[in-house]
Design a protein around this ligand. Structure first.
Ligand code: ATP
Ligand code: MG
Length: 230
């Protein structure tokens, strides 16, 4: 199963959820490939200390994936180079299914392929969503995140491909007033919204920086995975 984490709005928890999903799925003994589609390289720098080859830019240009193995999972890293930024601008000449096709020969090797998207409606986000079976759209407790999610949903509806759109409330602290309103609004706007709500938790906040080994707070993600598979 290919899962993209996308929302045009920045800071909604795309990279954090990708990281936590990786840990949870590894814990279940699943074989996982993560693809960093964001030139910010948050995932890449979290998981790979040194510069690596065979980045996403190479994938797009060569139309093939060469996964890099890190311990018990694989990664296609991003790169902070200009190359990828130029790529974002010129990708109109590249087919929307370039990543979908590059992933295809590898699908049998993995239980899950997780794609972390950049916070924009750019072409990299589009090829990433197009390559997915499920698009998890984290919405934090801001109105802009809802707007970003609406954009992702309409993007998916435009594709001639069946992709499950799953908005997920993330980083909610219900002790504050505003998140309650945003949460209700989410339910009104998105009938397909995940029942699982991920609250603001320290282990999520520290996931990318310090890892999540031994955390029980992240177990809520099991409920989300059950919703995806159910
Ligand atoms: N459930 C959560 N509880 C606490 N903090 C969270 C949670 N989810 C995300 N955060 C924090 O919110 C911030 C933004 O998260 P993250 O970097 O994952 O978002 P993003 O959507 O990948 O951002 P960008 O759009 O810049 O790529 C980070 O500081 C992260 O630690
Ligand atoms: Mg990110």
């Amino acid at each position: 199963m290919v899962i993209a984490f996308a929302n045009n709005k920045g800071g909604t928890g795309k990279s954090t959820l990708t990281t936590v999903f990786l840990e949870i799925l590894k814990g279940q003994g699943k074989k996982v490939l993560i693809i960093d589609c964001d030139s910010q390289c948050n995932l890449t720098t979290t998981f790979l200390p040194e510069d690596v080859e065979n980045t996403l830019a190479d994938t797009i240009l060569n139309k093939e994936i060469v996964p890099y193995t890190v311990e018990d999972y694989d990664i296609v890293p991003s790169s902070p180079t200009l190359e990828i930024i130029q790529l974002q601008m010129s990708i109109n000449e590249v087919d929307i299914d370039v990543l979908d096709k590059a992933i295809e020969p590898h699908k049998d090797n993995y239980d899950y392929i997780l794609i972390d998207c950049p916070p924009s409606d750019g072409n990299l986000q589009q090829v990433a969503i197009y390559a997915s079976d499920v698009c998890i759209c984290p919405i934090n407790s801001t109105v802009h995140a809802i707007e970003g999610a609406l954009n992702v949903k309409s993007r998916i509806n435009d594709f001639q491909k069946s992709i499950k759109f799953l908005p997920v409330r993330n980083n909610f602290d219900f002790r504050e007033k505003f998140p309650k309103e945003v949460s209700q609004k989410c339910e009104e706007i998105f009938p397909e919204i995940a029942k699982t709500i991920i609250k603001r938790r320290v282990d999520f906040a520290e996931a990318m920086e310090y890892g999540v080994q031994g955390s029980t707070e992240i177990n809520v993600v099991n409920d989300l995975i059950a919703e995806i598979n159910g």
